[in-house]
Write a new protein. Sequence first.
Length: 202
Amino acid sequence: MKRRGRMFILISSVFLIAGCTDEAATTKPKAEVKTATHTNQKIDEKHHQVLRHEQYEKLFEHMNRHVKIDRFQLKASTVGDDFTVVDRALSFGKRRWLTVDGTIDSGSTQESLYFENKKQDTQLVIHFAYTDRYIGNDMIQYQSNDGNKELNQELSNRSDLIMISFKNIIITVEQNTLEKVDPDTTQRAVQQVINELENYKH
């Protein structure tokens, strides 16, 4: 009886081991999970190079020449030398001038295009702001009518704003009007800017 019991345990063990081995052999290996690392982010930044300030200036000159908005004419732009002085506290204590290094001796980090319709009651302003960090190509802000409806209704009747990013540049398209604002006009202007950005070879 003892011998039979031992044989039974031995045979059961063999089947158990064989079963485990067979399951291990047929189980698919788990997919490798890749995690984002600092190295991967650096590679991504290399793929999406930021524009140098010289490239930013050339891009703005291109936009000054080529952006066309239906029913609007370009009335003014900041092409050329211009500098903006700011209260240092308003830049988190970083700079006194809106220039690359915060001094008057380096290039401006903001440029603007001013468009006006024939009736001269609506203006579209396109602002370009240079940063030294890659942001990506995206929409950052679109003015919302949430919150105080009466106040927003009054504001939205006179102005409309869309903010987008391109590489390391922030672009704001703002419509100001004496009449009722037309969001389609702002959206068409943004689309024109995006078309030029996508076709621009730097």
